[in-house]
Design a protein around this ligand. Structure first.
Ligand SMILES: [Cu+2]
Length: 279
């Protein structure tokens, strides 16, 4: 009896090729997009730097583990292959030390990953209350309002009129996240960080933007019909420009705080209505 060793390999390769093409076609992604998803935006905040390094170090560790594991598997398949048709390699049923090793090793690997993830998670979500500015971010169906607490002005947006969140560069800001209706998620992708906005509680996090520029912001929690239009702009600007923008809001009459404790029922019908004001 002879074994045809070539055909199964060819069949596997063909299946892998068809599978890859199908995966790309069905997910609607190009190769460029796929490679982008492995990367993440350059961080533009203090906690972003930490998240970026955690991400990078995790990938490096995963590649090392992956190459080592593949080498073990392929090496075992090659060195212990059937060499002659009339010869069966030594059959081993179990090997307790090796089984203990490959049970304990992944547990250690997972614990190391968990340790760094929990450590960095604790650091970036630590609230010290030593911020220079406090912004109450109100996520509502379906846009955002920003109450600048210290400056006593506010900005409010709608899906057709996106608001801009101004932040002074290199100054620590504390975001206080509130929602009058359903759960949203406050996300500035370039900060590499998002946090849920939950009705009935005030989630907080502190961050220091480090690079001036214009960034996008969005809701990262499916929250209803116009979820995809819960967009906003973020402008990280100099301290002078920040003061000037706050003054512009004051001159526009947007002083005080928006009322944030009642659902905006109008918006559920139209999607373009602004939240109620209480200045
Ligand atoms: Cu939302």
């Amino acid at each position: 009896m002879t074994f045809d060793r070539v055909a199964p390999v060819r069949r596997l390769l063909a299946a892998a090729a068809v599978g890859s093409v199908l995966l790309l076609a069905l997910s609607g992604c190009s190769v460029e997009q796929l490679s982008n998803q492995i990367s993440i935006p350059d961080p533009v905040s203090t906690s972003g730097d930490r998240i970026f390094h955690l991400w990078q170090a995790t990938w490096v560790a995963l590649w090392v583990i992956g190459l080592f594991t593949w080498a073990l598997m392929l090496g075992a398949a090659w060195f212990y292959r059937r060499r002659r048709d009339d010869d069966v390699p030594k059959q081993t049923r179990y090997n307790v030390p090796i089984e203990v090793l490959y049970t304990v090793t992944p547990m250690i690997v997972i614990m190391v990953f968990a340790w760094f993830t929990i450590r960095d998670g604790a650091i970036i979500t630590e609230v010290k209350d030593d911020q220079s500015h406090t912004v109450n971010v109100v996520g509502y169906q379906w846009n955002w309002a920003f109450n600048y607490i210290d400056e006593e002005v506010y900005e409010v947006g709608s899906p057709s009129d996106l608001p801009t969140l101004y932040l002074p560069v290199d100054e620590k800001v504390q975001f206080v996240l509130t929602s009058p209706d359903v759960i949203h998620s406050f996300w500035i992708p370039d900060f590499l960080m998002k946090m849920d906005v939950v009705p009935g509680r005030a989630n907080r996090f502190e961050v220091t933007p480090t690079v001036e520029g214009r960034y996008t912001g969005k809701c990262a929690e499916l929250c209803g019909t116009y979820h995809s239009q819960m967009l906003f702009w973020v402008e990280v600007v100099s301290a002078e420009e920040f003061d000037q923008k706050m003054e512009e809001l004051r001159l526009a009459g947007q002083t005080g705080e928006l009322q944030t404790d009642r659902p905006n029922t109008d918006a559920q019908n139209q999607g373009n209505t602004r939240i109620g004001e209480n200045s």
